[in-house]
Design a protein. Structure first.
Length: 362
């Protein structure tokens, strides 16, 4: 079985967001956050705003096009005070003046669209092809605890815990050998590559990974990423396959990892069916790739069907050479204290270890 450790490391590098898009994600939110913090007609509470979403979770893949941030407003969510729909309207009205204010601040050629969404206001920087999702919230105990976001259609405040989710991901990632976030990145890329439309939301995918990592008898994170990804696709497909035969309208109820309410309530049946077809194809290709024991290129070809040939490398010679140069298998020495030193020869008495070569992990 070829598990392609080096190939998967290179795959994860290849699906990282480009530096210019990360720069946009880093720089564009700040003037908008500052504008809202200082605005006299739209009152916010300290610490005023907080980044959330994939960028804050360090889970961006591909072309980063949006960043989410919370804006803390005063109120009582249980009393719907202020009314949820009015908060979004007020925020939209304030952000309508954003292009003018940024122009005064020295921004040239500002071209911005502002529009309301169900639980936020979208700010679109046309010249950068970049979206900000500005989400007002009532946070009685601060951003680190349960907070409430408005639902314009229902005109009520909905409980959420985005910062708790970030902390949960960090804890699970540490506990499971830094593989949980990698699995989420791989699943998001798989969705992006296999589905040009009808894509399930990133938060749903993250919740699915968290569920199968925490589930008793769930994913075995001691396995390689290749085996883990095969098992993840198979687990999700088997979890929901029965819904395809239940009725023509059934869709999954994906639980929020923090508060356990259904977060996929608006997943349309055609979109769900498309996702299940892609899952079924992907899990079969992954299974076949891992069953091959004598034809490395055939296995690579199957992984390229899963992730795309432009992302999953055929040749990892340079990556393997670099791995050797920084002291994976390669030249090393054992010092007088017993410490093994890779690369440069240490000062003082030492014993060289037997030289090895490295052709990439399988």
């Amino acid at each position: 079985m070829f598990t392609f450790g080096t190939h998967f490391r290179e795959l994860l590098k290849n699906i990282q967001a480009p530096e210019d898009r990360l720069d946009a994600a880093k720089n564009l939110p700040d003037p908008v956050r500052d504008y809202l913090k200082e605005h006299e007609d739209f009152v916010t509470l300290y610490p005023h705003s907080r980044l959330v979403g994939s960028y804050a979770q360090h889970l961006c893949v591909g072309d980063v096009k949006d960043v989410d941030f919370l804006v803390r407003v005063p109120g009582n969510p249980q009393a719907n005070d202020p009314e949820a729909k009015h908060v979004i309207q007020d925020l939209k009205r304030v952000l309508d003046d954003l292009p003018t204010m940024l122009g005064y601040g020295g921004w040239a050629d500002i071209d911005i669209d502002v529009e309301r969404a169900r639980r936020s206001v979208h700010v679109y920087f046309k010249g950068h092809d970049f979206h900000l999702d500005v989400v007002p919230c009532i946070a009685p105990d601060g951003f680190e605890e349960v907070l409430y976001v408005p639902d314009r259609g229902l005109n009520e405040w909905i409980a959420s815990h985005p910062v708790g989710y970030i902390e949960l991901l960090n804890e699970l990632d540490e506990k499971h050998g830094k593989k949980v976030k990698d699995l989420i990145r791989l699943l998001k890329h798989f969705r992006n590559y296999q589905m040009k439309t009808r894509r399930p939301k990133s938060y749903w995918l993250g919740a699915l990974v968290v569920h199968h990592v925490r589930e008793p008898g769930g994913l075995d994170t001691s396995l390689s990423l290749a085996e883990l990804f095969r098992d993840l696709l198979d687990a999700i497909y088997c979890q929901y396959n029965h819904l395809l035969d239940v009725s023509d309208e059934a869709t999954p109820n994906i639980k929020d990892p923090m508060l356990e309410h259904n977060i996929s309530w608006n997943w349309g049946r055609p979109h769900f069916e498309t996702f299940m077809r892609r899952l079924d194809e992907g899990r079969k290709w992954a299974k076949q790739a891992l069953e091959i024991t004598d034809d490395r290129q055939a296995a690579i070809g199957l992984w390229q069907k899963v992730f795309g040939a432009e992302f999953f490398p055929s040749d990892i010679t340079e990556a393997a050479r670099f791995a050797a140069s920084v002291g994976w298998p390669g030249t090393s020495s054992v010092g007088a204290s017993g410490l093994v030193t890779a690369g440069k020869t240490p000062a003082g008495a030492h014993t060289p270890t037997e030289r090895t070569t490295f052709h990439g992990s399988s």
